[in-house]
Design a protein around this ligand. Structure first.
Ligand code: DCP
Ligand code: MG
Length: 592
């Protein structure tokens, strides 16, 4: 769907020179190589057409009137030209591909760096598949602008002009006869260009559909299997796969029709020339055998660029369409404003929320006029039903999202005045859904931070009672987690996340407890880890299992983005309100 929509806006027939100019900017650092490649291409378009001229001369002057010495000389010149052509061809092919690859390497790095800087809201609204396509395959089409598009078009156009000029120079009548088929050629080229472009776009849409389908179904495999949807999903896949095949075959069809047409037209031109020129020779008029042979070679040289141009023009256009999409991502400016100057030195860690309001969408107030404070070193617990806004509270504290009104301050400094780097350094988060990279346990904990040594990690793991668990894994700290750490249980993943946080020694600790219940062994470990970690730190715990928070200094009960009860565990139990009900229902359903 997404893909189809975007295709639509780019079907304009003309080359968008503004976009092309912007793409060319990326070649500026490599201008030397670009110029060498361009000069090679230009020289090639002159060198090729010289050959028929020389052959013409050789036949008329050294063969028909035998002259061995002259023939030898002209042959040496021809060989020399051929070698030159080979050398320039090498430079041209190698450099244009080299250029394309360097440019897309730069562009890819640029787009990835840009994506790294965007705010969470952008990712909420942009499918992963789109961003992957932009940074991988769309960029690939930009490389083709350089390796197969722009320079080829310039070189072939030039060659065409040179060939036609040389033809006129040789014999204007023969030239006009050779050009007789050109109107037919133009018509079929226009037909081809139009259809092949549409076919190309269909193929790209289908590739994207295939990608999305496979990606989504592998990620959601457990849903497919648990609901026995294998057959149904397989059938859907066969459909998508078939559409992809058909789109490709349609594309090939146009090539299969167009290329023979060009062949036939060029053969017709040669036929005309032989017929007309042959008569000229027989009647001993002004045509020579050399001219005739030269013209046959010229016609080959003339038709090849025309055939190529139609194809290359498409590649250029595809590259420009790709660049438009890439630039669209580069031009999104959805970033959190990072204008704060304050860097924490000796942070204490008291937190105040004052009249905080948050909207994710225009008419949906998720946090409503929220007021609370936590003294430094104390533990605040957030409880409440699902969707109440608990995760949102911590998302605004570390500025993943920006509040719409009110103020949040740490140590009496508005968090907007603190640099994001410093802010996030002091707030460590154990998220609700722990994300682990496909890497070793150790690297997942250090996240390649040079300041954290393996020894520190092991010490920290011992302190919070995790060392034995990690050593029990094959290879211990060097155990490589497969895709997203799926081999670990939710509780185990949270334990790894605890360690990630603990080695960084932050002043503010935030724990967003996983909703799923975890086994008693891991629960005991988590509980012990939390107790260790919360010592001397301001701690915010979002709890689903109330056992975690009986000792919290303050508990807020949230509903629809507002605090409806607050107090300590005992105070809230006495109130016999929402918290009391929640606590009782949990006690009834567990041994706790
Ligand atoms: N929401 C949203 N966009 C986001 C995150 C949340 O529109 N990027 C909405 C979904 C909920 C509301 O905001 O209606 C509150 O979401 P929270 O994640 O803050 O809810 P909880 O953390 O309280 O829920 P749970 O206990 O399920 O984790
Ligand atoms: Mg949540």
């Amino acid at each position: 769907m997404q893909e189809k929509m975007e295709q639509k806006s780019n079907t304009g027939d003309i080359i968008d020179f503004i976009l092309l100019k912007r793409v060319m900017q990326f070649a500026v650092p490599y201008r030397f190589y670009f110029i060498v490649a361009a000069i090679s291409a230009i020289l090639l378009s002159f060198l090729g057409p010289i050959r028929p001229l020389l052959i013409n001369y050789a036949i008329d002057n050294y063969i028909i009137i035998p002259n061995q010495e002259g023939l030898l000389k002209i042959s040496i010149v021809l060989i020399f030209i051929l070698i030159l052509e080979g050398v320039f061809q090498f430079f041209y092919i190698y450099l244009s591909t080299w250029l394309g690859q360097h440019i897309i390497q730069d562009l890819r790095s640029k787009i990835f760096k840009h994506i790294l800087s965007l705010k969470m809201k952008f990712f909420d609204n942009t499918p992963i598949g789109t961003l992957v396509t932009r940074s991988i395959s769309d960029i690939e089409t930009i490389a083709d602008i350089f390796s197969q598009g722009l320079l080829v078009i310039i070189a072939e156009l030039l060659k065409l002009i040179v060939v036609v000029l040389l033809m006129f120079y040789t014999d204007w009548r023969l030239t006009l006869i050779a050009l007789l088929t050109v109107p037919l050629l133009l018509i079929s080229t226009a037909w081809f260009k139009k259809n092949i472009k549409r076919a190309f776009q269909e193929v790209r849409t289908e590739i994207s559909n295939l990608n999305t389908f496979v990606q989504e179904h592998i990620v959601g495999m457990h849903i497919v299997q648990i609901f026995n949807r294998e057959n149904a999903e397989y059938k859907k896949f066969v459909d998508v796969n078939t559409r992809h095949r058909d789109a490709n075959i349609r594309g090939i069809f146009y090539y299969a029709v167009f290329f023979p047409i060009v062949e036939v037209l060029s053969a017709m031109s040669i036929g005309f020339i032989v017929w007309y020129g042959g008569q000229g020779i027989l009647q001993a008029k002004d045509n020579t055998v050399g001219e005739l042979i030269a013209f046959i070679l010229f016609i080959h040289m003339m038709f090849r660029p025309i055939r190529q141009l139609a194809d290359r023009f498409n590649i250029l256009q595809m590259g420009i369409v790709g660049s438009e999409r890439v630039f669209k991502v580069l031009d999104t400016d959805e970033k959190i404003k990072d204008i704060g100057k304050v860097s924490f030195k000796n942070i204490k860690g008291s937190i105040v929320f004052k009249n905080v309001n948050l909207f994710y969408k225009k008419d949906e107030c998720v946090l409503k006029n929220l007021n609370f404070n936590i003294e430094s070193g104390k533990m605040l617990a957030l409880v409440g039903s699902t969707g109440a806004g608990k995760t949102s509270i911590i998302s605004v504290l570390n500025r993943f999202y920006e509040i719409d009104s009110g103020t949040i301050s740490i140590d009496n400094i508005n968090i907007n005045d603190i640099s994001i780097k410093s802010l996030r350094k002091e707030i460590a988060l154990v998220p609700q859904e722990v994300f682990l990279f496909s890497d070793t346990i150790l690297n997942n904990i250090t996240l390649y931070d040079d300041n954290i040594s393996k020894q520190q990690v092991i010490e920290a793991a011992k302190e919070i009672g995790l060392n034995d668990f990690i050593l029990s894994l094959p290879n211990g700290y060097d155990y490589i987690l497969a895709e997203r750490g799926a081999v670990l249980s939710l509780g185990q993943r949270q334990l790894i996340a605890f360690l990630r946080v603990y080695v960084r020694n932050p002043k503010i600790l935030v724990l967003d407890e996983a909703t799923a219940s975890i086994d008693t062994e891991n629960e005991r470990l988590l509980q012990a880890a939390l107790e260790k970690l919360s010592v001397n730190r301001t701690t915010i715990v979002i709890a689903h299992r109330l056992s975690t928070i009986v000792n919290a200094h303050k508990i807020l009960y949230l509903e629809n983005g507002s605090v409806i009860e607050s107090g300590t565990h005992n105070e809230l139990l006495k109130k016999k309100g929402a918290y009391f009900l929640m606590f009782n229902s949990q006690s009834a359903s567990s041994k706790f």
